[in-house]
Design a binder for this molecule. Structure first.
Ligand SMILES: Cc1cc2nc3c(=O)[nH]c(=O)nc-3n(C[C@H](O)[C@H](O)[C@H](O)COP(=O)(O)OP(=O)(O)OC[C@H]3O[C@@H](n4cnc5c(N)ncnc54)[C@H](O)[C@@H]3O)c2cc1C
Length: 325
């Protein structure tokens, strides 16, 4: 238990804010989350959500944070209310000679090259991986319950100026995702639009992805009662209106790698905006009790615990430097 107990307000109640809140409560701090929207109305609620460091930078840090999160999520496998399971995921590659950077994020015994007979027609290479899969509504509820059980408080409110929250000795953690663009006037933060489909299938479908196709990838991710078909990754596209022609293209690309999809039943289409940055922003503001934790791109779930840990360390380090000063 931390003897230097702080009063901390977190802005944002997506996966980043909730995970950071739980982690800081575990350190013994007093934590309140202030947010405009709570689950199920955040971007986090739209995520697929499979563990994978997709569209997140800087790579060295993303590796460290996603590795840490992998282990944390694995640790939740025996907690049924968390909604975390492991899935065998086949990731297809267009260039067999290339070893992708993210292969180092997995434990060695959880990743291997796919054999030829595991690959769909037309593909020469891929990786078969064991990765955590998150049932989002259940997991968001689990994080919320953890937060409340540990003594966290919630306030619904739009924050227009972080400095206004710096009352007395309070610390503020900015976990506002794409909202930070306006809140802290950050032009480096941009949306990567993701359109996905939900479908039902009587036949079991594999967890598979081909992300080599540019802005429109093909991936299938199982959820408890349906499958997610993805999806787009359009930089600087801010519309959340689904486009029918894009849905058709996503379905066609997915069916090309998993023909059983032709018998699936369409449920709906969802569009979300990933909060992306060339470099995820996780830092303390100089001379202020403000820490930023936003810009997780397509990997908010996959790096969540690693980033929360980094925030907890920044808070602890700030205390030490204050004592030393
Ligand atoms: C289609 C799609 C698929 C995805 N799939 C995956 C996946 O498989 N795996 C994965 O790891 N990630 C995935 N992601 C990415 C993931 O969803 C995001 O990285 C993650 O949700 C970001 O979480 P966050 O908590 O930072 O932001 P958000 O979930 O957007 O939460 C931001 C919070 O801040 C609040 N807020 C914002 N501005 C203000 C303000 N001014 N005042 C008060 N509150 C404010 C909001 O109301 C909200 O509570 C996917 C995303 C999309 C769109």
């Amino acid at each position: 238990m931390n003897t230097d107990k702080k009063n901390i307000w977190i802005v944002g109640a997506g996966v980043t804010g909730l995970t950071t809140g739980v982690r800081l409560l575990q350190e013994g701090h007093s934590v309140t989350i202030v947010a405009k929207e709570f689950s199920p109305n955040t971007t986090s609620d739209i995520a697929a959500a499979i563990w994978f460091p997709f569209k997140v930078n800087p790579r060295a840090k993303a590796l460290e944070w996603s590795r840490f999160t992998y282990t944390k999520l694995e640790g939740l496998l025996n907690t049924p209310e968390a909604g975390v399971s492991m899935t065998s995921s086949l990731r297809l590659l267009s260039d067999p000679s290339r070893v992708p950077w993210w292969t180092n994020a997995l434990p060695k015994n959880r990743i291997r090259k796919a054999t030829t007979n595991e690959l769909p027609k037309g593909y020469e290479a891929g990786y078969q991986m064991e990765v955590p899969l998150i049932e989002v509504p259940q997991y968001m509820r689990y994080l919320y319950n953890q937060f409340v059980q540990l003594g966290g408080k919630m306030i619904q409110k739009i924050v227009v100026d972080l400095d206004e929250l710096l009352v007395d000795d309070r610390w503020v953690i900015n976990c506002t995702g794409l909202g930070a663009r306006q809140l802290v006037n950050d032009p480096a933060l941009f949306a990567i639009q993701g359109q996905i489909l939900h479908v039902k299938s009587e036949e079991p479908l594999p967890t598979i992805s081909d992300n080599e196709g540019g802005d429109i990838a093909a991936y299938i991710i199982p959820r408890k009662n349906y499958y997610v078909l993805g999806g787009t990754a359009f930089n600087n596209e801010y519309s959340t209106q689904p486009k029918e022609e894009i849905s058709k293209e996503i379905w066609a690309r997915c069916e090309a790698i998993v023909p059983q999809l032709k018998n699936a039943e369409y449920i709906n289409t969802v569009v979300g905006l990933r909060p992306a940055r060339k470099q995820l922003r996780l830092e303390k503001e100089p001379h202020k009790r403000i820490i930023h934790n936003y810009g997780h791109g397509g990997a908010g779930f996959s790096v969540s615990w690693g980033c929360a840990e980094a925030v907890a360390q920044l808070v602890a380090k700030a205390s030490v430097s204050l004592i030393a000063a």
